[in-house]
Design a binder for this molecule. Structure first.
Ligand code: F3S
Length: 406
């Protein structure tokens, strides 16, 4: 891989051990993927924040890095933590967990990575432009910015996203290159998605069916909101590893079929009918009654909070169940001004920031069954709780009806 004189100096350790290691990681990844060189970035999203998912090794590593003077060179934001950074006691998060979580977030902040703690940084001021090269980790954010925004990122892990933020560059490879951004699989959508969960189930099904690094092109979706595409992308990145998808006629690099496939023939066709979607609902749903209804995977947008407020208005959350909604601080502020947060809270629900039902220690808090409108969350909850917590998926309206009385 070609390195400039400046990059070579960093690799030789002339700018300190942290940048040397960061550069070593990026050049190793680049070499393994035949990257020609590094290219500059101005934005990063850094995963590896929740104490539940990263534990003590990352806590110690990030604290060690933060003791030095090195800082990130990009606008960089943290992925969700394991709790609401201010209201963790209201969530019932154990003290010992909270202490370590706060240390992780502080250490990242010292490195210059903002403690926004959201998986939707693109709704909170860290939104790239069309064609912009960025270094994002968090699979749902990667899928969204690549596919819906038309920016360019590979699917980074937490450590290489942090390295990229520190160096301000990423290897030129993978989804940064035109030839890897065109469609591989023609997904014929043979049903009309009726609810947001249908998009989520569709993404989940396709993610499971196609091979790693294949780019699906959805054909047959007439209209979908950016929130629905957010759910679709998150689910396909969870059940498979889809980092980029196109929706014919809707997403920026798929205005027509020729553009979507780059003039190539699709490798194969995949038909998805209502039956396949039903199979996803069955696979991801327990028959047990939930003790938590959790919405906001990926973190809720203002429009989603508005919808929840409309659905819950005039209803009351039952005593036997909790309703928790997750979002980012900036979206919260906007929704609060519009009155949506107070409607949700006065109905007995709560809105938490910085975390979600997957990366918070919900099993330690005491929950045993969670219903949600996100296939990604329904997929991960049993896995992330070692089956101490079951999960189910249902449309938002059903979720709200399930946990409230009129
Ligand atoms: Fe975000 Fe948590 Fe879902 S990080 S995408 S809300 S699993």
């Amino acid at each position: 891989m070609f390195l400039s004189k400046e990059e070579e100096k960093i690799l030789d350790g002339e700018k300190g051990w942290i940048l040397e290691r960061a550069m070593r990681l990026l050049t190793t990844i680049g070499d393994l993927n035949n990257a020609e060189r590094l290219v500059p970035i101005k934005r990063s999203q850094v995963a590896g924040v929740s104490y539940k998912t990263v534990g003590d090794p990352t806590l110690h590593l990030v604290e060690e890095l933060a003791r030095e003077t090195v800082r990130v060179r990009t606008k960089a934001t943290q992925n969700p933590a394991g709790m609401d950074l201010k209201r963790w006691r209201e969530m019932g998060v154990p003290e010992g967990f909270a202490e370590k979580q706060l240390r992780i977030c502080r250490a990242y902040e010292k490195l210059g990575v903002e403690a926004l703690c959201t998986c939707t940084p693109y709704l909170s001021g860290n939104r790239p432009e069309f064609g912009e090269v960025v270094g994002f980790s968090e699979s749902s954010a990667v899928a969204f910015v690549n596919s819906v925004v038309g920016a360019r990122t590979n699917r980074h892990g937490g450590l290489d996203a942090l390295s990229a933020a520190l160096i301000g560059k990423v290897p030129l490879m993978g989804y940064l290159l035109d030839e890897n951004r065109t469609g591989d699989v023609h997904v014929k959508v043979c049903f009309k998605p009726r609810k947001e969960t249908d998009y989520s189930a569709l993404g989940y099904y396709v993610g499971k069916e196609i091979e790693t690094s294949e780019v699906p092109v959805y054909d047959g979706i007439k209209d979908a909101s950016s929130d629905e595409l957010k759910l679709l992308g998150a689910a396909s990145a969870a059940s498979g590893s889809v980092a980029l998808f196109h929706v014919l006629g809707l997403t920026p690099e798929a205005r027509n079929i020729r553009r979507a496939f780059g003039g190539k023939k699709p490798k194969y066709k995949l038909e998805v009918a209502r039956e396949e979607i039903r199979s996803v609902y069955d696979e991801l749903s327990t028959r047990e009654n939930p003790d938590l209804v959790a919405i906001g995977c990926p973190h809720s947008s203002v429009q989603e909070l508005k919808k929840i407020a409309e659905l819950i208005s005039g209803r009351k959350v039952k005593r036997s169940i909790k309703l928790w909604v997750f979002t980012s601080p900036k979206v919260f502020e906007e929704a609060e001004k519009s009155g949506y947060i107070s409607i949700i809270r006065s109905a007995g629900g709560d809105v938490f920031l910085n975390t979600c039902m997957v990366v918070a220690p919900i099993e330690e808090i005491g929950f045993r069954c969670v219903y949600t409108n996100s296939a990604k969350a329904a997929f991960y909850i049993p896995r992330m709780t070692k089956n101490r917590c079951k999960s189910g998926i249902a449309p938002l309206r059903t979720c709200i009806e399930m946990c409230t009385t009129s």
